[in-house]
Design a protein around this ligand. Structure first.
Ligand code: HEC
Ligand code: HEC
Length: 292
């Protein structure tokens, strides 16, 4: 069981009208194909690890396959990560490339319904189509596992169509993607903000559960757990090398080891990054004192 951030505070007050355009299909590339190319599959496997997909989708009895069932607790009830192995009946074996793009980048299911943002699709929205389709190629190359995850157990008013209004509100405050001249920092930003979704836990949210972008990475709460700030101010004392080592071992500059949910992030995602990607992330987070 794992605690997730409060995502829906006050959502009931959003009061959706019947504005149909809210529910229209997301823009997408209907022809996007899922390839069986081995290189795409290998790239996809790496992205799947860096994206932390397994920390939620790991199987209930076999943690090495994304067959789902893991319980994600929130103040509004329990979500269960779905089976994303290519089983035709209980998994996503019949998904097209377009289905993957709609799910990961727009939070929409193949039937057009809305995913709850317990699935960090708003971070994944910034992924390139190529990266999403490479992950799709990897997922489709896995052995299918038959397992039906339970339905979410939520407060009764938290119905999927409400998420349309929530997405719209979240869009209003979403900043334009930052453009970096330095390629390494740009790569680090892509990893931190999108693929590794560090902000899903480290950026505070307002009463509606929408990230407060003016305080990006300023720390938050996760159930009872305190998620420390990792913004420029908080990392004032961290050198590039400190951050790099942290991503491998979870060890902080003063020699203490990180705990809580961050342990899993280190073990399953960041410690498996290539040297180049780890450096990129360290460069992004310590750029406020570039040059050390
Ligand atoms: C923080 C937990 C979490 C992480 C990390 C996560 N997911 Fe999910 N994912 C979910 C939940 C929960 C749902 C179901 C949401 C719902 O029911 O509305 C979901 C839904 C999905 C679906 C739709 C499945 C279906 O049957 O409709 C796909 C595909 C998916 N995730 C792929 C991924 C991939 C690929 C990654 C990594 C890049 C990832 N997820 C990372 C929690 C997560
Ligand atoms: C699932 C939620 C979650 C995600 C995703 C996450 N973190 Fe954390 N992080 C935490 C928690 C919780 C702590 C505090 C752990 C503790 O109590 O020791 C933490 C602590 C940290 C710390 C230590 C800060 C300090 O001063 O002690 C750093 C640095 C950090 N995270 C960086 C990252 C980076 C970089 C990413 C993205 C690759 C990331 N985190 C993604 C939950 C998360």
């Amino acid at each position: 069981m794992k605690k997730i951030a409060v995502l829906f505070g006050g959502l009931a007050t959003v009061g959706l009208g019947g504005s149909l355009w809210l529910f229209s299909a997301p823009p997408m590339d209907a022809d996007a194909a899922v390839t069986t190319d081995v290189e795409a599959i290998a790239r996809g496997e790496y992205l799947f690890i860096a994206g932390g997909c397994m920390s939620c989708h790991k199987g209930d009895d076999d943690e090495s396959v994304p067959s789902g069932g893991y319980a994600l607790e929130s103040d509004f009830g329990t979500f269960y990560a779905p089976n994303i192995t290519p089983d035709l009946e209980t998994g996503i074996g019949n998904w097209s490339g377009a289905d993957f793009l709609a799910a990961l980048k727009h939070g929409r299911a193949p039937d057009g319904s809305f995913y709850y943002p317990a699935f960090p699709y708003r971070s994944y929205a910034g992924l390139t189509d190529e990266d999403v389709l490479d992950m799709a190629a990897y997922i489709m190359s896995l052995n299918p596992v038959r397992y039906q995850e339970p339905e979410p157990e939520l407060v009764p008013w938290l119905q999927r169509p409400l998420v349309a209004g929530w997405n719209l509100l979240a869009d209003f405050s979403q900043p334009e993607p930052e453009v970096f001249e330095d390629e390494l920092i740009a790569r680090g930003a892509y990893l931190a903000r999108n693929l590794a979704h560090c902000g899903e836990c480290h950026t505070p949210r307002n009463g509606l559960g929408i990230p407060d972008w003016s305080r990006e990475f300023a720390g938050a709460e996760l159930g009872e757990e305190v998620v420390e700030a990792i913004d420029g101010e908080a990392l004032e004392e961290w050198s590039f090398a400190n951050f790099d080592l942290f991503l491998i071992l979870g060890m902080k500059p003063e020699g203490e080891f990180v705990g809580g949910d961050m342990n899993e992030v280190i073990e399953f995602n960041t410690s498996n990054l290539t040297d180049e990607d780890r450096d990129a992330m360290a460069a992004f987070f310590t750029r406020h004192h570039a040059g050390d």
